[in-house]
Design a protein around this ligand. Sequence first.
Ligand code: ADA
Length: 579
Amino acid sequence: MTLTRHAARRVVDLAGLWDFAFLGDVASQTLDAVDPAAIRFDDVMAVPACFDAAPRYAGRRGLTAYRTKLTFPDAAPHRLVVDGAHHVARFLLRDAAGKVTTLGEHHGGFTRFSFDIRDRDPGDYSLIALIDNRLGAGLADAPCPLHLDYFDWRHYGGLTRGVELHRLGSLWLDDVRVTTTDWKAGRVRVALRWAGDKTPAGAPLRIVVDGRTVLEENVKLPGLSGVIERELTIPHARPWSPDGPHLHQLAVHLGDDDWRLRIGLRQVRVDGRDILLNDEPIKLRGFNRHEAHPHFGHAVPPAVQLADVQILKAMHANFVRGSHYPQDERFLDLCDQAGLLVWSEAIGWQQTVEHLTDERFLRLQEQQIDEMLAASANHPSVILWGILNESESHKPESRPAYERLIGRLRAGDPSRPVTYASNHPFDDRCLDLCDVVSVNTYPAWYWGTLADIGKELDRVVAHLGKVGMGERPLIIAEIGGGAVPGCREWGIDRWGEPYQAEIVAESIRQILGRPDTFAGIAIWQFCDVVTAEMSRRVLARPRGFNNKGIVDEYRRPKQAFAVVCQLFEQFGALPARSS
Ligand code: ADA
C-alpha cells in the first residue's frame, strides 16, 4: 500500500498490523500527558486504516497510540514518510535502552508529511505514533482547527494512508516537479530539489524518459540544498487528454538517489468562458467525491478506489471534484491513467469570518495547500486547485484570507487555474480572485421545484454578468438531491430515488445543454457518505448519511445512475461550444 517513487533508494513499507492502544477520551488525556513507557499496547490495528471505522472502536474519539519496529541498517539519515494521519499526530522513536526522542508533530489529515531521522546508532527501534482524532466545537477547543465537528461528513481518525521509511544516504532528492511548457512540442520543465549531509561538490545527473536517457551531465551542488531546473524534450511525445490519457515514464537519478513518476503532456488555461485543455475547450461532466466508505472510513482501499474510477467512467464522467480535501494520491494515479480530470481542493467547509481571520487556522491552511501541491502537482489529471468550500466569501473581513490562500496556490503552482465553490453567488466578494467561478446551488431540493433549476441557473448567470464575472468559466460545483437507497413512494418526492433522478436529469440538461454558458457540472455527489455525528446533522440526514450519492455507500447504483449514464454520454458526444 505504498506510493514508492524510488527503485534505487532503500524504502521500507511499514504497512501492516501495528500494536495499538486506545488511551482515552477524557480532556486530560493529551499528547503531552502521555508517558510512552507506560503505554499498554493491548491490541493491534491495521495501517493504513481508520481505527474508528473498525468495529471495536467504531465512532470512538480520543487519543490512541500505535507502535511498530524500525530497523536502521547504518547511521545514514533516514526519512519517515507518512501519507496521512488524522487529525493530530506526534511521532516518537524509542531505542533499545528506552530513550525516547520526538520526531515531530503534524496537524491535519489527507496530506503527506515527513520527519528526518539523523544522529542515531544503527539497530532496532520502536516507532510510536500518538494520534488524536478528537474534534472541537469551535476553533479554540479544536485539537486541529482544520477538522471541526459541524462539517457534513464523518471525520475518521488514524494512520489513514501509507507509512514508509526511506534511507537518504548523503545526497538525496527532496522533490521533483515536472511542468508541461509546450504540449505540442513535448517540452517540459523539470525542477529537482536536492539536499544532503556532507554533499559532494558535484554529482552525476541523469534523466531517463520511457527507458531512454535524455539528459546526462555532472551538476555542481553548492551548499547543502538547492534546486536544479532543466527543460527537456520528451522523445516520441504524445499528449495527455481524457480521450487519450497517455503517460510517459520519467526517472531522475542524482548521485545514488532516484525519483520516478509518470507524466502527462497537457496544459490548462482559461479563455473567456472556456477551460482549455491543450488549447481545446473542454466541458466538465462529473461528480463530487468524498474519499470514504463505511467499512474503511477515509482509508479507502485501492480496490474501492479502482471501483470508483470504473463507475465514473461507466457513467461517461470526465471530471471529479475532490470534495472537500485532497484525495489519496493512489486515486490520482488511477485518474491519470483513466483520463479523469480532477479539481483538487484543500480542506474547508463553511468556514466563518472567525476562522478566516484566525492566524493558526490560516497557517494550517497554508501548510495543507503546500502539502497538497507537493503530492498532486505532477498529476496530469489535476487541472484545477480549490480552497475553502462554501465559506464566508460574501463578507468583507474574509477577503484577506482568500487573497492570501489563493496567492499561496498561485505561487506554489502557476500552471493551473484556481477556484473555490461559493454558496453566496449573489453577494460574493472574492470571485474576482479566481480564474474559474464555481457555484453550489440546490434548487428543487432545499427549496423550489424542478422548474426552479433552470430559473435559478438563469439568475446566477445574470447576476454574474452584472458584476463583471460573466466572462469567466462557470462551473456548477454542486447540485443534486437526496435519495435513500431503495426508497420510492407514490406522491412523496423527498428521499425517493425517482425524484433524485429527476433533479439530476434536469440539472444536467440545463447545464450541459448550455455549453456557451457553463464550463461544467459536478453533481453532488458520487456516493453516499456518513455525516457528522452531531445531532443537528444526523436528524436532518436519514440513516445518518448524506444520501445525495448517485451510488450508495457500497457503490450500488440508484435509479439516477442510468439517467446520468445516458445524459453524460449524450452530452459528451457534443462539441464543447455550440459555434
Ligand atoms: C453543501 C456542501 C456539501 C453538502 C451539501 C448538502 O453544498 O458543500 O458538502 O453538505 O451541501 O448535501 O447539503
